[in-house]
Write a protein of this length. Structure first.
Length: 234
């Protein structure tokens, strides 16, 4: 029998039906409370898309965003995520209370000790590494502004601005006078405002037909330089 004849044969009746997988290879049922794997996929995609909301402070979330975060954290598979969210909120609450009022140094120290020794946080390896890294000496360095009522907390942006300001005061800049320092700060602010407000200037499109290549232009430039040098020698 040739291959062509074999392909033209009709399939037996027992093979005409749809193929079924063995029970061992069948897809398992989704975990409760989900009923289909499509719901599991939807939750996974939502977590992937809205994962940045879980890092925000509660007061920085709108009503819709807070409802979405609550819905995600209530899922059965988000047990570790709920612990990580509580870990982050407790860290934010070390410095200020729910009304965004600054805490006292002793209150912040007590909350820090409770946060650092919390067993539920230490159960997750990633959070345990953060607890071990933030030693009491490190916390004392970070909480100095709580000991002085006229001090303000800083962030990364303030640190970068401070380094840039100190760089402008280096010896190779003549900015030791107050008037020069103020003028330099005004110029920097104007440049930033101009970069944010003015649209990007784009070059008009020009037809490239008939234009010489860059390599030919470079050759002409080198030839002109050689001729100039010969005339200078003469």
């Amino acid at each position: 029998m040739t291959v062509k004849q074999w392909l033209q044969q009709e399939r037996p009746p027992e093979e005409s039906g749809p193929a079924t997988l063995p029970d061992a290879l069948a897809a398992p049922e989704p975990p409760t409370p989900w009923t289909t794997w499509e719901e599991v996929k939807q939750i996974r995609e939502t977590l992937k898309e809205q994962r940045f909301l879980l890092l925000r402070r509660p007061e920085h979330l709108s009503g819709a965003e807070q409802a979405l975060v609550t819905t995600l954290l209530e899922q059965q598979s988000c047990v570790d995520l709920r612990v990580a969210r509580a870990f982050l909120i407790d860290w934010y609450r070390l410095w200020t209370d729910e009304n965004r009022q600054r805490r006292s140094g002793s209150e912040a120290q007590a909350r820090f000790e409770s946060w650092r020794t919390d067993a539920s946080y230490a159960a997750l390896p990633a959070l345990k590494r953060v607890q071990d890294r933030l030693t009491p000496a490190r916390f004392a360095s970070l909480s100095q502004f709580l000991l002085h009522s006229d001090w303000e907390a800083t962030n990364n942006g303030a640190e970068r601005a401070g380094r840039a300001f100190r760089h402008r005061q280096a010896p190779h800049f003549n900015l030791r006078k107050d008037a020069s320092i103020e003028q330099s700060m005004v110029v920097t602010a104007c440049r930033r405002k101009q970069a944010l407000t003015e649209p990007n200037r784009q070059r008009f499109h020009t037809c490239q037909r008939g234009r010489r290549s860059t390599r030919a232009q470079d050759a002409d430039c080198l030839l002109t330089i050689d001729q100039t040098q010969e005339m200078a020698v003469v």
